[in-house]
Design a protein around this ligand. Structure first.
Ligand code: GLN
Length: 192
């Protein structure tokens, strides 16, 4: 049975844990180095990317995360932290994915929205209600990055090897599809 960690420094990590538990997956809150070492993959939740970045540094997780080779998935603020480039910002980042991202690019809190999108995963198209909250926009995808879902022409779910980013919040719906996809990514890596 795989162990999935959720970075629990700030943001909606509890919702991710609930979603994983709904799938009967062992889910753990991660705050410290030994907790990070103990899991087979990590989710960085939505929240405030600058705050999460500050707490990553304070908790001494920077090096371990920048060298992370297990599957990792960032939602919203988590996606910002995974990006190699954050437009017009020199804030802390992990730089694990070859994407460029622009924070708050759909407007302010009141411009948050939800929209039905199609996920293109496992050779299948699945409808998914995507919730965007002060979402970042992915503005550039490196060659090795593949888009798995679009919303109004923007890539909103992208994958690069075992690294996944979504600019929306699958943890805030009652659909398990994206969490299941990530867990399968971990299982695949383990059987490798
Ligand atoms: N606007 C936040 C940031 O820039 C992200 C919002 C979210 O995670 N819902 O970090």
């Amino acid at each position: 049975m795989v162990k999935v960690g959720v970075l629990a420094l700030q943001g909606d990590f509890r919702e991710h844990i609930w979603r994983l538990k709904a799938l009967n997956v062992d889910a753990f809150e991660v705050r410290k180095i030994d907790e990070l070492d103990a899991v087979d993959g990590l989710i960085i939740p939505g929240g405030e990317s600058t705050t999460i970045g500050k707490l990553i540094r304070r908790n001494g997780l920077t090096d371990l995360l920048r060298r992370y080779h297990k599957p990792i998935w960032g939602t919203c603020a988590g996606a910002i932290l995974l990006a190699k480039d954050i437009e017009d910002s020199d804030q802390f980042k992990l730089g694990l994915m070859n994407i460029t991202i622009r924070r708050n690019d759909y407007g302010r809190q009141i411009d948050s929205f939800s929209q039905d999108i199609e996920l293109n995963i496992n050779d299948q198209r699945t409808s998914f209600n995507a919730i965007f909250i002060r979402a970042p926009r992915i503005t550039k995808l490196g060659e090795s990055v593949k888009s798995l879902a679009e919303c109004n022409g923007d890539a909103v779910m992208v994958i690069e090897k075992n690294r996944l980013a979504t600019t929306f919040h699958p943890e805030l719906t009652d659909m398990n599809t994206v969490h299941k996809f990530f867990v399968e990514l971990i299982v695949k890596q383990q059987n490798h």
